[in-house]
Design a protein around this ligand. Sequence first.
Ligand SMILES: *Cc1c(COP(=O)(O)O)cnc(C)c1O
Length: 230
Amino acid sequence: MRGVEDNYRHILDRIAEACARTGRSPEEVNVIAITKYVSLETTRAALDAGIMHIGESKAQNAVPKWEQLGNRGNWHFIGHLQTNKVGAILGKFTYLHSLDRLSLAKELEKKGKQAGVVTRCMVQVNISGEETKQGLSPEEVLPFLKDIESYQHLEVIGLMTMAPYVEDPEETRWVFRNLREMRNQLQKEQLANAPLQHLSMGMSNDYEVAVEEGATFIRIGTALVGNEID
Ligand SMILES: *Cc1c(COP(=O)(O)O)cnc(C)c1O
């Protein structure tokens, strides 16, 4: 396998090409290195390669890494977050991509208020309707946003989705397009704490299509830092 730096350069080239095809500026696209399958050393190598964003999905692995490296980069929590783990990540992982229920929002608001911390959240939406995927169904999102509109210790900066894994990512372009169209509709509501400027979508196998459809955060694990577990 190539090193993280080579992988990163390759990915940035492909992002630039996807942006050129669709008239976007590459500066709008932020690469998050998903380090859930790699060691502390490889996570450090990602930061050394100039990657500004690190993403983790399990609190028990994420927090020890943050304790070593949290003074570098921006830390994103991307996995299912148990309500009783909010305290463990609050103020450390300043971005949460998996806001998917009211009980979690309530806890972020309560603990955030106590600590004086605002968490930048993305609402996870299950666009594809796959039963194995987490997230609100599309019709649940607006009522949810209205329920939490008065919360001042979370800011809903965007929407997040995961597309089904397919060989040819063109087949799931509609998932990314739907998320963007949904975001555009929701922005018209002008909710107090939901500017919704971000779209978190695209992984190792489908990030180019996601960028063409407007992704501002792409979450890349295997193609960037590899997978040291299997
Ligand atoms: C693991 C994971 C990724 C990265 O997956 P790769 O296919 O390795 O790039 C992205 N998003 C979420 C939510 C993940 O859990």
